[in-house]
Structure formats: structure tokens, C-alpha cells
Design a protein around this ligand. Structure first.
Ligand SMILES: *[C@@H]1O[C@H](CO)[C@@H](O)[C@H](O)[C@H]1NC(C)=O
Ligand SMILES: *[C@@H]1O[C@H](CO)[C@@H](O)[C@H](O)[C@H]1NC(C)=O
Ligand SMILES: *[C@@H]1O[C@H](CO)[C@@H](O)[C@H](O)[C@H]1NC(C)=O
Ligand SMILES: *[C@@H]1O[C@H](CO)[C@@H](O)[C@H](O)[C@H]1NC(C)=O
Ligand SMILES: *[C@@H]1O[C@H](CO)[C@@H](O)[C@H](O)[C@H]1NC(C)=O
Ligand SMILES: *[C@@H]1O[C@H](CO)[C@@H](O)[C@H](O)[C@H]1NC(C)=O
Ligand SMILES: *[C@@H]1O[C@H](CO)[C@@H](O)[C@H](O)[C@H]1NC(C)=O
Ligand SMILES: *[C@@H]1O[C@H](CO)[C@@H](O)[C@H](O)[C@H]1NC(C)=O
Ligand SMILES: *[C@@H]1O[C@H](CO)[C@@H](O)[C@H](O)[C@H]1NC(C)=O
Ligand SMILES: *[C@@H]1O[C@H](CO)[C@@H](O)[C@H](O)[C@H]1NC(C)=O
Length: 422
């Protein structure tokens, strides 16, 4: 086996393309010299007699116009890259069933369609900057890493039948308004963001993922999701209801930030967060009752907003500090102060503020001494707006049923949030 170098560039981490050498039966005319590049259909025609191509095939350049096809090749023992052929309008390789390395299509300004009608297995796929493309057909069953970014695709149905991947990253595809995926696990990263403004995403077979980040979608459905090994983030979406009610644990940080339309969060089975819990800038989130079974938070507890209810009634341990701030005077800090007094909050900082009072303690390194100041003698706690409750539950049904809800949130810097979590 040898490492291919054809993947050196690209936003997706270059996967290692494995060029096997058990192919001594392949005629030398079907073996591609490294560094060779195809610039005309006539060059592709030279491979018409090849069932298997060995090596990395790069198709590039301005002289390819109209359509190009790789006619009879069934397998590429190496990678296939079509890039910078800015006059190419369509590409097909309909006999091709397997690419051992990567399939890249990048910077193809006029490309309207690509067809890989038999393609079942590829190590990694990178579709990047395809502003004219409306359809890609495949029959894919096995892909390790998938990146689809900055395309005009309205559907990624060709990728919906994948069941296991390491990376699934679909971002900045302005025409893409829905994803309905059969994925069962994502061993590295699931990232969805900045697609069509009303994008509606369903991952109802997904049981676990290493980490998940979702931005700029209007509804999500993760009906089977049980665990996230690392971080889980919902950043600047127009989601109204977040119902991830089977999720039992998040190994890293759970962030719910900048979701302006969010009125309901249901993480009712969640008992354990290995990192921080960050809930901030969700302007309409008045009642936060979906964390009532949460027992441990492995890092900081940060909840900032206008909430009048925050039910953390099972919380036993917060390993980091606590910063809970709300404008509402209906929220009472009593529960958290009690937890802090009992050493349930182990970090140095303890801040709890509501519209009426504020409690701030900076403990010295000899922790334990809790001199909580500020009595929260605020108004009657617990009660909250009945209208908000009923409208949120009807919205949540719409979201759970997968209807598209118009979006109106703003894109944001996920990276900035990640920094804020440190
Ligand atoms: C395949 O590669 C291995 C290691 O690079 C080498 O030892 C072996 O001779 C090669 N086999 C053929 C058939 O080329
Ligand atoms: C293709 O175009 C991109 C963007 O314009 C550029 O960064 C890259 O170097 C080009 N690659 C080749 C092989 O010409
Ligand atoms: C997701 O996990 C991968 C691999 O562990 C890591 O490289 C990446 O930074 C993670 N992304 C986020 C947003 O946590
Ligand atoms: C939340 O989702 C679960 C399925 O995962 C469903 O049974 C439940 O009814 C939903 N709850 C609400 C309030 O929509
Ligand atoms: C993540 O969690 C799943 C389910 O608990 C487990 O099968 C998998 O091995 C874990 N993956 C990593 C990278 O820890
Ligand atoms: C709740 O989470 C636990 C893991 O903590 C899991 O075993 C259990 O099946 C989940 N329950 C539901 C109803 O999804
Ligand atoms: C919340 O919004 C404010 C103002 O836009 C910003 O300064 C702050 O960083 C945001 N908080 C988070 C956690 O994103
Ligand atoms: C609180 O609500 C007001 C108005 O509804 C909004 O402008 C403000 O950004 C909200 N603050 C937070 C922290 O969500
Ligand atoms: C706070 O409580 C008062 C008295 O019960 C109630 O009238 C008001 O609507 C509550 N405010 C919020 C934001 O829940
Ligand atoms: C995110 O959504 C908002 C409104 O829904 C939109 O204005 C913004 O352009 C989107 N961001 C991106 C990068 O698509």
C-alpha cells in the first residue's frame, strides 16, 4: 500500500487514498503516472478499454467544454479528481462502482450535472464550489468522509442512504432545504450549517456521533440519538423546539446559543454532560424545563438569558464554575446556592443573578467556604406565561413532524463560541 498525495489540498482533511498493488493484471495503459493530468475528452477515451484504472486520475483545465465522460471504467484503484475545468458543463462516469481513494469535484463553475450512476463505494468525497450544479446522482453505500460545500445542490438524496461515516459535513449549499439521512453513526464529526435558510434536517436513525454542530437550520429531528461522545452544539438556528429526548449523555460540551426563535428545549433523558453546559442568547427561551434529569456537568454551567424557569432539580455536581444570569425576576437562585453551599459546584466562580438580585462569589483556592451574599427575595417564582407554553408545544409538534418552518436567524461564528467555552 502507498499513500496518495493527490489529496493534499481541500477543506476536508485529506483521507489516505490507498492504492493497492494487487493489480499486476492491469495493462500498463490503464495505469496512471503520478502527476499526469487529463485535459481533453480524447485523453479520457484512452481509458475506454480499462475496467480498472490504477493511480490517481486528475481531470482539469479550460479546454474541456460541454460534457466529459469516463465511459467504461468500473473501478479506480486510486483517486478521481475533477477540478478547475471551468468550462465543463457535465461529467459522467456511470460504470464506475468503486474508487478506493477520494472523489473530488472542485471549482467547476459551469458544471450543471454529474452522474455516477453505479458508484457504491468511495473513501472520501469532496464536492466544493460547484455554483451551477443542480444534481448529482450516485448509488452510494459506503463513504468514509463526505464534504459538500458551496454548491447549488437542492438535494443530497444521493448520500441519504449512507449508514456509517466518519465525517458528514454539508455546509453553505444555499439551495439545500432538507436532509433526511439514514445515518446510524458518525465516528468523527457531523456538521450541518449555512445551507438554505429554511433547511429542515432529519437524522432519525442516528444513534451516536462523536460530535455534532448544527447551524442555520429551522428544524432538527434526532429521534434515536442516544449519545454524543464529544461536543454537541446548536448555534444560531431558527429552530423553535429542540426535542432530543432520548439522548442520555454528552461527553463534551453542550451548547445552545443564539437560537432566536427557540421556545422549548427537551433533553429529558440527559443525565450527564462531560464538558460544559452553555445556554445563551436564545432570546425567546423563557422556560428551560428540559434538563430536569441532568445530574452532572463536567465543566462549567453557564446559562444566560431571559428565562423565568430553569429546572435543574436533579443536578448533583458541577465540576467547573457556575454563571447563571437572567433578566427575569421570577427565577430564584435558591436551588443553585444550596448546591454551591453543599460543594456541589466545585469551580472557583459562582455567579447567580436574576432581575432582582445577584449572588457572586469568587472562592479562594481553599474552597468550601461559601459566603453567599444577596438574598433572592424576588417575586413569586415558578409561574410563567401560559401563552408561551401552549404556542411552543404546538410548534414543537410541527418541528417533530418535520414540517419546514421559515427561518429568520443569523449566521454566527461557531469558532467564537468554541473559544468562549474554554
Ligand atoms: C506490492 O507492494 C509491496 C510493498 O510495497 C511489495 O512488496 C510487493 O512486491 C508489491 N506486489 C506487487 C505485485 O507489485
Ligand atoms: C484550482 O483553482 C483553485 C481556486 O481558484 C486554486 O486554489 C487551485 O490552486 C487551482 N488548482 C489547480 C490544480 O489549478
Ligand atoms: C469534532 O471532532 C473532531 C475529531 O475529534 C475534531 O477534530 C473536531 O474539532 C471536533 N469538532 C468540534 C466542533 O468539536
Ligand atoms: C419528543 O420526541 C419524542 C421522540 O423522540 C416524542 O415521543 C415526544 O412526543 C416528543 N415530545 C414533544 C413535546 O414533542
Ligand atoms: C462513541 O460512543 C459510541 C456509543 O457509546 C461508541 O460505540 C463509540 O465507540 C464511541 N466513539 C469514540 C470515538 O469514543
Ligand atoms: C436514556 O439514556 C440511557 C443512557 O443514559 C439509555 O440507556 C436509555 O435507553 C435512554 N432512554 C430512552 C427512552 O431513550
Ligand atoms: C451573546 O450575544 C452577545 C451580544 O451579541 C455577545 O457579546 C456574546 O458573546 C454572545 N454570547 C455567546 C455565548 O455567544
Ligand atoms: C432578553 O430579551 C430582550 C427582549 O425580548 C432581548 O433584546 C435580549 O437580547 C434578551 N437577552 C438575552 C440574554 O437573551
Ligand atoms: C413572573 O411572575 C409574575 C407573577 O406570577 C407573572 O405575572 C409574570 O408573567 C411572570 N413573568 C415571567 C417572565 O414569567
Ligand atoms: C443564516 O440564516 C440567516 C437567516 O435565516 C441568513 O440571513 C443568513 O444569511 C444565513 N447564513 C448563511 C451563511 O447562510
Amino acid at each position: 500500500m502507498q499513500l496518495s498525495s493527490a489529496l493534499a489540498s481541500g477543506a476536508l482533511l485529506s483521507a489516505t487514498a490507498l492504492a493497492a498493488n494487487s493489480t499486476s493484471s492491469v495493462p500498463s495503459s490503464c495505469s496512471i503516472k503520478s502527476g499526469a493530468s487529463v485535459t481533453a475528452q480524447a485523453d479520457l477515451d484512452k481509458y475506454a478499454g480499462c475496467q480498472t484504472l490504477v493511480g490517481d486520475l486528475t481531470i482539469s483545465g479550460q479546454s474541456l467544454t460541454g460534457s466529459a465522460a469516463l465511459a467504461n471504467v468500473q473501478e479506480i484503484d486510486g483517486s478521481l479528481s475533477v477540478n478547475n475545468a471551468t468550462k465543463l458543463q457535465s461529467f459522467s462516469a456511470d460504470k464506475l462502482s468503486k474508487i478506493s481513494g477520494s472523489l473530488e469535484m472542485k471549482y467547476l463553475t459551469l458544471l450543471e450535472s454529474a452522474s455516477f450512476g453505479s458508484l457504491q463505494e468511495v473513501d472520501s468525497i469532496e464536492f466544493l464550489t460547484l455554483p451551477a450544479i443542480s444534481s448529482i446522482s450516485t448509488n452510494l453505500k459506503t463513504v468514509n468522509q463526505l464534504l459538500v460545500s458551496d454548491t447549488n445542490l437542492e438535494s443530497i438524496d444521493g448520500f441519504n442512504n449512507l449508514e456509517e461515516v466518519s465525517v458528514f459535513n454539508v455546509n453553505n449549499n444555499k439551495g439545500l432545504t432538507q436532509i433526511n439521512s439514514q445515518l446510524q453513526s458518525v465516528s468523527d464529526a457531523l456538521q450541518i450549517g449555512y445551507n438554505g435558510n429554511d433547511a429542515d434536517i432529519k437524522f432519525d436513525s442516528l444513534v451516536w456521533a462523536n460530535n455534532i454542530t448544527v447551524s442555520n437550520v429551522s428544524s432538527v429531528s434526532f429521534n434515536k440519538l442516544q449519545s454524543v461522545n464529544a461536543s454537541l452544539g446548536f448555534i444560531e438556528n431558527s429552530i423553535e423546539s429542540l426535542n432530543i429526548s432520548r439522548l442520555g449523555s454528552v461527553g463534551g460540551t453542550l451548547s445552545i446559543v443564539g437560537n432566536d426563535d427557540l421556545t422549548e428545549v427537551l433533553f429529558t433523558n440527559l443525565t450527564e454532560i462531560g464538558g460544559a453546559l452553555l445556554i445563551a442568547n436564545n432570546t425567546d427561551l423563557v422556560q428551560i424545563e428540559g434538563f430536569k434529569n441532568l445530574k452532572t456537568v463536567g465543566s462549567a454551567l453557564n446559562v444566560i438569558g431571559n428565562f423565568s424557569d430553569l429546572d435543574l432539580s436533579s443536578l448533583k455536581s458541577v465540576k467547573g464554575g457556575c454563571d447563571v444570569e437572567t433578566k427575569s425576576s421570577n427565577y430564584t437562585c435558591d436551588g443553585l446556592k444550596k448546591l454551591q453551599k453543599n460543594n456541589g459546584i466545585q469551580g472557583d466562580a459562582f455567579v447567580c443573578k436574576n432581575g432582582a438580585t445577584s449572588t457572586s462569589i469568587k472562592l479562594s483556592s481553599t474552597s468550601g467556604a461559601s459566603t453567599a451574599s444577596g438574598s433572592s427575595s424576588s417575586g413569586s417564582s415558578g409561574s410563567s406565561s401560559a401563552t408561551a407554553t401552549s404556542s411552543s408545544s404546538s410548534k414543537s409538534k410541527a418541528a417533530a413532524a418535520g414540517q419546514v418552518v421559515p427561518a429568520s436567524s443569523f449566521m454566527g461564528a461557531v469558532a467564537a463560541v468554541a473559544v468562549a467555552l474554554l
